[in-house]
Ligand binder design. Structure first.
Ligand code: NAP
Ligand code: MG
Length: 403
């Protein structure tokens, strides 16, 4: 069999624990036999991040800016327990946070729909993609406990020393206060990433905030989206046959529940955090979600939405059998290969990515799946496979498809 040739390297970011084990099996069984893989490999496993003082994470993000497409394995974000476990020099920052800050991107997450894994909301027929703004608001807020009577003000001091202030509240008794912010450039990047992704995937874009109550803060989000849309995207949306519309967050939630799916829902940071967990559990599981970071300049990083599945890894180290779902990691690979194919004009690579996804879905729909899916499927008499056998079964289906 002739392997598919690539033109530009894919940035490959390896990771940790159980997903690192799956990464190698996926490459050996599902990628390398079919694609003459051109990749620039970065080992983001915690040991190597520690060895390189986390330089490898930065280098991998710069390489992504250079080449345009990356595929990333799940990685450990160290906490105190991990510092001890891996004897770390420092509590290194979240690689996803570092990469997101360098690429200035927005994360888009969508469920992978399979017959037999039915959404709880019965009218959802197509995926609903959540785009979450990844900067500011309550995640970068300053807070204070107010011990007793007194007043709280917001004060802005300009560089020339002039000030402007507004009363938050005159307290008669104890209370609490919070000050949060966002920056115009970040909201603009968020908007452009959303408009580009909508065009890319030919889906209508929804955006919702609480601008009727928050007349300066949320209203600014609404205005920035609207101005950029009118100035830069309206014509392209019309040509592509898609729409952008803004509505109030309460109205959006009500409409989402009654919709058939098949659109992108852009959310402010907090709304995106909460709503993406609601959508992923209503659609099935985190192991059946795709996740891609898109920068406003059109750089893409594909990954799984779940973590490194630590509990399964320790079973694996103990020599016990695991049944870890590799679907999200396989879709990270297919997404990245398809994008590489689109950017470099390699139709065979795009077709291969489609076939890999269809083979994965087909394997599950034929009743062969990992334990997490077997627990929630409506299919009967399913075969529960271990981590490796599930991937090998996908390979069989893929080879049949490819003839
Ligand atoms: P997790 O790895 O997502 O796993 C939590 C639980 O969800 C697992 O124990 C398992 O449940 C289930 N699960 C998740 N993915 C699964 C899969 N592919 N197949 C089957 N079951 C799956 O979250 P965590 O255990 O909280 O985090 C582990 C490490 O991942 C942490 O060090 C964290 O920093 C890191 N993390 C990385 C990323 C990323 O790189 N994008 C994201 C989140 C977390 P059962 O045990 O019940 O089977
Ligand atoms: Mg959350």
């Amino acid at each position: 069999m002739i392997k598919i040739k690539m033109k530009t390297p894919l940035v490959e970011m390896d990771g940790d624990e159980m997903t690192r084990i799956l990464w190698k099996i996926i490459k050996d069984e599902l990628i390398l036999p079919f694609v003459d893989l051109k990749s620039e490999y970065y080992d983001l496993g915690l040991e190597n991040r520690n060895k390189t003082d986390d330089k490898v994470t930065y280098d991998s993000a710069y390489a992504t800016q250079k080449y345009g497409v990356a595929v990333k394995c799940a990685t450990i974000t160290p906490n105190a327990a991990r510092v001890e476990e891996y004897d770390l020099k420092e509590m290194w920052k979240s690689p996803n946070g570092t990469i997101r800050a360098i690429l200035d991107g927005t994360v888009f997450r969508a469920p992978i729909i399979v017959k037999g894994i039915e959404p709880c909301v019965k009218n959802w027929k197509s995926p609903i993609t959540i785009a979450r703004h990844a900067y500011g608001d309550v995640y970068k807020a300053s807070e204070m406990k107010i011990p007793g009577p007194g007043k709280v003000e917001l004060v802005y001091t300009a560089e020339d020393g002039s000030t402007e202030s507004v009363l938050v509240h005159k307290f008669d008794s104890a209370g609490i206060v919070q000050g949060m912010h966002n920056v115009k450039s970040s909201i603009e990047s968020f908007a452009r990433s959303c408009f580009n992704y909508a065009l890319d995937t030919r889906q209508t874009l929804w955006f919702a905030t609480k601008d009727t109550i928050s007349k300066k803060y949320d209203h600014t989000f609404k205005d920035i989206f609207n101005d950029i849309y009118e100035a830069e995207y309206k014509d392209r949306f019309t040509k592509a046959g898609i729409e952008y519309f803004y509505t109030l967050i309460d109205d959006a939630v009500a409409r989402v529940m009654k919709s058939e799916g098949g659109f992108i829902w852009a959310c402010k940071n907090y709304d995106g955090d909460v709503m993406s967990d609601m959508l992923s559990s209503a659609f099935g599981s985190l192991a059946m979600m795709t996740s891609v970071l898109v920068s406003p300049s059109g750089v893409y990083e594909y990954e799984a939405a779940h973590g490194t599945v630590q509990r399964h890894y320790y079973k694996h180290l103990n020599g016990e059998e695991t049944s870890t779902n590799s679907v999200a990691t396989i879709f990270a690979w297919s997404g990245a290969l398809r994008k590489r194919g689109e950017l470099d004009n390699i139709p065979e690579l795009i077709e291969f990515a489609d076939n890999l996804e269809k083979a994965t879905i087909g394997t599950i729909e034929s009743g062969k799946m990992t334990k997490d899916l077997a627990l929630i499927t409506t299919l009967e008499d399913v075969a529960v496979l271990n981590s490796e056998d599930f991937i090998k079964e996908i390979r069989n289906t893929l080879e049949e498809r490819l003839g």
